[in-house]
Design a protein around this ligand. Sequence first.
Ligand code: ADP
Length: 225
Amino acid sequence: VSHELRTPLTSVVSFAEMLKDPTIGSLTEDQASYLEIIDRNSLRLLRLIEDLLLVAKLESHTLPLSLGLVDLPDIVGQVVTELTPRARDRGVELSVTTASGPPVRGDWVRLQQVVSNLVGNAISYTLPGGSVRVVADVLPDTGHWSIAISDNGVGIPEDEIAHVFDAFFRATSASDAGGSGGPGGTGLGLAISRLIIDEHHGRISVQSPPGVGTTVTVRLPYEDA
Ligand code: ADP
């Protein structure tokens, strides 16, 4: 179904794009603003379809993973660099500490997607003046890497934590973050993150003690030397 939806929607997106081309003819102010709404919503729908397709593939274990030796500090560093402007715009302090350690066997792009989604959420659900801290550590006793993303944001009510990895779950606290949580979030970020981490034989968990903020922890097994 996702494939069937994607093709016509891609066409809507590209024809809306063409209408913006001044050589085709100029638009009135109203027309331009309607076009902007078509554009924004069709892109949102396209993102949602892409994410649904990804969930379907992950759930049926048919997503091809491009496995290699992945340096997690490299991913964490890159994600933090990419999201620093967004944190700054929101008035949220973003800091990172990474240990060095053995590589993980995994798909770089997918693991980067997970870390980016979790750090992005932490920024979105933290109010201006708050902070987000990312810590990547090696746990030699268990043979795992741990990546903990902690914020002192709006948190997730205790009785809702069990549902955070459900598709389209939105905590009642999400609106406290002001408007629409993650910019363009599809409500599938955590569901996808968990499925990707499962595919890597890792674990992901969420803690959100009342009044403290949220910590999402990812554990991934590392390759023995
Ligand atoms: P989205 O952010 O697109 O709504 P996600 O699957 O990424 O979807 O997250 C699901 C819900 O979990 C969010 O709507 C929000 O209510 C809650 N959530 C996720 N991360 C955090 C966080 N760091 N702090 C508070 N709430 C969060």
